[in-house]
Design a protein around this ligand. Sequence first.
Ligand code: SAH
Ligand code: SF4
Length: 356
Amino acid sequence: MSRPTEIPSPTSLHDLTFSALEQELLAAGVRPVHARALWRALYRQAEMRPDDPKFLPPLRRWVEEVTGAGGRFPLEQPGSVADLKSSDGQTRKFLLRLQDGETVETVIMGYPGRSTACVSTQAGCAMGCTFCATGQAGFARHLRPGEIVAQVLHCQHALQAEGQPGLRNLVLMGMGEPLLNYDAVMTALEIVTERGGLNIAPSHVSVSTVGVVPGILRMAHENRPYNLALSLHAATDAERTALIPSSRRWPLHELIAACRTYTETTGRRLFVGWTLIAGTNDAPVHAERLTELLAGMDAHINLIPLNPTEGYAGETASQQAAERFQALLQAAGFPCTLRQRRGIDVAAGCGQLRGR
Ligand code: SAH
Ligand code: SF4
């Protein structure tokens, strides 16, 4: 199990929120009004140049100093190791290399026009879900805020380079468990939703969790303005721990109680993810148990057919089983979407590209 986040001090310019940037400028004797020009260069331009002629001299001196060799806040510039497009043109997947050589997956989905970035929050994952390629590979480390922000920026720049409209949605559904890297994730989200910068609407951001109860409660109590998606996959403890060994720590009754607290405190709907696996969680009895578990809750269920991975013998549910499952949930009054398997040809399953 990875340890809960300890917030490291910022080590790149992209780790800083707007107000942290103002503080840094103030401390360096640069008037904080300059923060806006720098922020625009970081988040509104295709490329950030430390010697940008639009920077007034005091700002330019500071930027050149902190981003230069041995500076305190270098730019976060992950290199692209792989860049693959699915044959249907709807998914583009990047493998990005971080400063220390770790790699993370970042995906653009659903474009043109209504693009969603899917980004990673950790290099690897400690939760060990049996069906997930990232879980099979294990945990390397937490990402810093700037490393999460840089993935969003990479997608934004890729869209701009194609002449596409910018990002509309952001989902934290790449590698890693966001709520085990809570502080870095919330800082990154503050940065990418800032209105003078990337300006992604908070209501268009979804945090996906395997069910880290303390993190869910913290999101509720802090009234974070983002959507919460719970990857549930099973409605009994025995079935759930078989798929998600680490879920032993938070039994279902505790998890669902935390989710009820979340929906009641925030007034927001819960999104429930259910990866459909043939013969494991796709029968009518599983759908019935799920409706009982969620009874009375404002929940939307997303059914995702399993992407087969090398380390897991399970198979995708049939279209027929998936549609039957969906119909049962809908009959019980739950909105329920059946996702199509997308981008299979670009190793779309989380962690599969890195695994290669
Ligand atoms: N750790 C978080 C977020 C990253 S995983 C979480 O688990 O929610 C993002 C989503 O991908 C999760 O819903 C997970 O269940 C799903 N997923 C992982 N491996 C998959 C696979 N092989 N096929 C289909 N969905 C998968
Ligand atoms: Fe981690 Fe999510 Fe994969 Fe489970 S599904 S191993 S929590 S990334």
